[in-house]
Design a binder for this molecule. Structure first.
Ligand code: GLC
Length: 485
């Protein structure tokens, strides 16, 4: 099939979170399976790794005008290069994208995001028209791709080239909607029926109009049908019925392989796990961490979503009873300040790295004994999958993708690969950590739990097949290509 993906992030070009890894890995896996994938991405300032040969194409993107009389055309350059298994197509429009930040700055979201992401989406549609080659699937990721989907559904269907292109929206996180107040919505050039008199909730409208909608795990898909997790979209998601579901993400098993990881002090694998101990020693030496106690690692955005408040509340007690804690992440200033204070009070026992550091992250995945992910909600999550692969036992809250990947080793002794707790409170979390620490003290049991994690297959092969089936179903709904096409 021919697939056009529209996204605001893609590794290795632009990344703030898991979305970037997912788009890159999924596009590559689909490419390997024989599909032709184009990934449309804004050409932000500071994109460092460009493919060596870029070709350029000029397109005119129609945007609305304030008076609502017709459209104005914005010249945009599409620079395309072959990535690894897919083609990446940078949408170049410097007034929109050549600035610091992808979505906003210290003042909040950019006020012109509706225009910026309309340019991204419509540039993709105009490129398809300019090249006069139909695509089977328009696959948009998160609210930033909503203008692409809404433009296809309301403005571009009249073009025979796009009449049968099926639209798919993947929601990586329902907490971010992309809100456009009514007095700015004109720029998107969408029919007035889109949104209400206050404005346009981009994610909501894309959920309503896409042919098929999915999120990134079966459990989060179910949770999001309830008011507690639905972020105001649960009613609409329920309405979509079987046109909404969950596909669990994979991880790139070549990028995340402790046997091949150049950041580590020693390689290791399930068959030959000895190197992990050297990675632990190395981690402690680098960070000035006292190795005589279980090491709890945490890597991620310091965001209330991730349950860092639970960690902050439970950490003093855990550290008093002998645990070591190493945290790598940036985010919420109050959380960061609280963690720094904890580190000052516990030299050699608590280390906080308040920065973005790929190699340090890898050394924590490898060198820690336990990996903490007490998320309040987690659409999919990749930290727990990386931890499993690196032989570090995950302690997670039973929610979203965490519930779909981690089984509690006390409740399910024969298959458990981690430790799981249900209630989002510090005591329940601390209890799960204590149960995990007990397991560490029993070498045979620990080795069995670790082996299950290291030998599982978290690769993209399975998920990519599931997406291919989703595409086939969407194409069928539109009367378009057959799966083989
Ligand atoms: C978002 C979600 C995370 C998911 C990622 C990629 O960042 O919060 O759970 O793994 O998207 O889909």
């Amino acid at each position: 099939m021919r697939i056009a993906m529209v996204t605001s992030e893609c590794e290795p070009y632009a990344k703030t979170g898991g979305l970037a890894d997912v788009v890159d890995a999924l596009a590559r896996a689909l490419g390997r399976a024989g599909h032709r994938v184009d990934v449309y991405l804004p050409r932000y300032r500071g994109i460092a790794h460009l493919p060596s040969e870029l070709s350029a194409l000029s397109v005119q993107v129609p945007l609305g005008t304030e008076e609502g009389s017709g459209v104005r055309r914005v010249p945009v350059t599409i620079r395309s290069g072959e990535g690894d298994g897919y083609r990446v197509r940078f949408v170049e429009h410097d007034p929109s994208f050549h600035r610091d930040g992808f979505y906003g700055g210290p003042e909040g979201d950019f006020p012109d995001n509706a225009a910026r992401f309309s340019i991204l989406g419509r540039a993709a549609l105009e490129t398809i028209r300019a090249e006069a080659r139909p695509v089977d699937i328009l696959h948009g990721h998160d609210w930033q791709a909503a203008p692409a989907i809404l433009s296809l559904e309301t403005r571009y269907r009249v073009d025979p080239l796009l009449a049968r292109t099926a639209s798919i929206l993947t929601c990586h996180n329902l907490a971010y909607h992309g809100w456009v107040p009514r007095d700015r919505a004109w720029v998107m050039d969408l029919p007035d029926a889109i949104g209400d008199r206050h404005g346009v909730d981009l994610l909501r409208e894309a959920v309503r109009h896409a042919d098929l909608v999915n999120t990134v795990s079966p459990t989060y898909a179910r949770e999001s049908l309830t008011p507690e997790y639905g972020a105001g979209l649960d009613d609409l998601l329920r309405e979509r019925g079987d046109r909404y579901g969950g596909i669990l993400n994979g991880i790139d098993t070549a990028l995340w392989d402790p046997a091949e990881d150049a950041a580590l002090a020693a390689p290791y694998s399930a068959a030959d796990p000895a190197g992990k101990e050297r990675c632990r020693t190395d981690l402690c030496a680098r960070l000035g961490l006292d190795p005589n106690g279980p090491i709890l690692g945490l890597v991620g955005r310091l965001d209330p979503q991730k349950g860092f408040d639970l960690v902050a509340a439970a950490a003093p007690g855990l550290v008093r009873s002998g645990a070591r804690l190493v945290v790598l992440g940036t985010g919420d200033e109050r959380l960061v300040a609280g963690l720094h204070e904890l580190a000052r009070a516990n030299p050699g026992r608590v280390v906080v790295l308040d920065r973005f550091d790929r190699d340090a992250a890898r050394r924590i995945y490898a060198g820690a004994d336990l990996f903490l992910m007490p998320s309040r909600f987690e659409p999919s999550g990749q930290g727990q999958l990386i931890a499993l692969r690196y032989g570090t036992i995950p302690v997670v809250r039973r929610t979203g993708g965490l519930a779909d990947t981690i089984r509690d080793a006390d409740a399910e002794p024969a298959t458990g690969n981690g430790f799981v707790f249900a209630d989002a409170d510090p005591a329940a979390f601390a209890d799960a950590v204590r149960r995990a620490i007990e397991a560490l003290a029993d070498p045979g049991r620990r080795a069995a739990i670790v082996r299950r994690g290291m030998t599982a297959d978290p690769s993209w092969a399975g998920p990519a097949q599931r997406y291919a089936r989703l595409y086939a179903r969407a194409a069928e709904l539109r009367g378009g290509a057959s799966p083989a096409g």
